[in-house]
Design a protein around this ligand. Structure first.
Ligand SMILES: Cc1ncc(COP(=O)(O)O)c(C=O)c1O
Length: 378
């Protein structure tokens, strides 16, 4: 394999719920969930059933044809947006969902874009151009022109940057890869106002914050506003690869026949898995439990010596440390059988399956506390 992921120290062989097992037989509590992707954990029976049934019925069709699972997932997403004008384009990943939004924004007749510093929108050239992280961008310049990055959460900078020439403003409701950074309350609503004022599209990249992760279906819902475009992936397929770009309302342009497409996007198997995941989350009220686990984790982890803040919402949390030892701590946690990641030197990110139990949450807290005593300043 290419060296782009470095050399992983662990090879995972199997999983069940929130527990994964490596090739040596060692078990781990998976508190990263494929980075906010395995919403129902590993090998969940409803996903296994939906995928098995679908692959045994109709595995793949070209986009010349529609299929019941794709239609049902699109209808479900439309329902979740609460807007019957929502229209879905299916793709395979977060980067592709953002590429679709970027391409769609050209249909406004404008080409300027405003994004935020520190944001992450994917690795393809368009999505990378939107991404506000120099370390990821610089080796691959030149990127797309006409994209300005402003400080996340700074409404004055955003107001200055957006004009009648702006095609779209793209923002993560909570910046995940940057270390789970939550903007001040009211920021998203102000973005809505600025975009309305200038006729620019407001795009919320909910790739990491979507599908119940933050205790609501989409990461922006706390502010009770509606973007023009939502992008999704990660949790959408319940562990299978599917992404989506959803337009909401009549402000947003639409692709005309032949203007965009992808072979596998919204493939029957991935769509069936996505639908099963959403139905399970709804039926088992997992948005409610995500919120109550958030409270528990914030209180308990916030009290651990060396933790300065627990940021985020629902089951997407960034545990801020009082020093640059997050990478050491994540390795220590892995050696103790807990998987997390360190998006930067001072933050541990957790994004366990929404099916995680209270016992597992408490076990995580206990091991985290012990590891802090060994590695951190706790
Ligand atoms: C907010 C956000 N957007 C886009 C992406 C890119 O998604 P993918 O890796 O599926 O291309 C990610 C991935 O981490 C993400 O967190």
């Amino acid at each position: 394999m290419q060296g782009n992921y470095g050399e992983p120290k662990i090879t995972l062989k199997s999983g069940k719920g929130v527990i994964v097992t490596d090739t040596s037989g060692k078990k781990y509590l998976d508190f990263l969930g494929g980075i906010a992707t395995n919403v129902l954990g590993h090998a969940h029976p409803v996903i296994v059933r939906a995928v098995s049934k679908q692959i045994a019925t109709l595995g793949h069709v070209s986009n010349f044809y529609s299929h019941p699972s794709g239609i049902a997932l699109a209808a479900k997403l439309q329902e979740l947006t609460g807007n019957n004008t929502s229209r879905v384009f299916f793709c395979n990943s977060g980067a592709e969902a953002n590429e679709a939004a970027l391409k769609l924004s050209r249909k406004t007749g404008r080409s300027k874009i405003v994004a935020t510093i520190g944001s992450f929108h994917g690795r393809t050239m368009g999505a990378l151009s939107l991404t506000g992280q120099p370390s990821k961008r610089n080796p691959f310049k030149p990127l797309l022109k006409n994209i300005k990055h402003v400080a996340f959460g700074d409404i004055a900078q955003m107001r200055k940057a957006v004009s009648k020439k702006t095609a779209m403003v793209i923002v993560e409701p909570i910046m995940g890869e940057a270390g789970v950074i939550v903007p001040p309350f009211g920021y998203l609503k102000e973005l809505r106002d600025i975009c309305n004022q200038h006729g620019a599209l407001l795009v919320f990249d909910c790739v990491q914050t979507g599908i119940g992760r933050t205790g609501t279906w989409f990461g922006y819902e706390e502010e009770k506003i509606r973007p023009d475009v939502i992008t999704l992936a990660k949790g959408l397929g319940g562990g299978l690869p599917v992404g989506a770009m959803i337009t909401l309302g009549s402000n947003s342009p639409q692709f005309a026949p032949g203007e965009h497409g992808t072979t596998f996007g919204g493939n029957p198997v991935a769509a069936a898995a996505g639908l099963a995941a959403i139905e399970f989350i709804t039926k088992n009220r997992l948005l409610v439990s995500a919120k109550s686990f958030e409270k528990r984790l914030k209180i308990k982890l916030g009290a651990v010596r060396g933790v300065t803040e627990v940021r985020g919402r629902g089951l997407l949390l960034g545990i801020a440390l009082d020093g640059a030892y997050a990478k050491d701590l994540s390795e220590k946690l892995a050696s103790r059988g807990v998987l997390v990641n360190a998006p930067n030197e001072e933050t541990i990110r957790i994004a366990p399956a929404l099916t995680v139990t209270k016992v597992q949450i408490d076990r995580f807290i206990a091991i985290f506390t012990e590891c802090m005593q060994e590695v951190g300043r706790g």
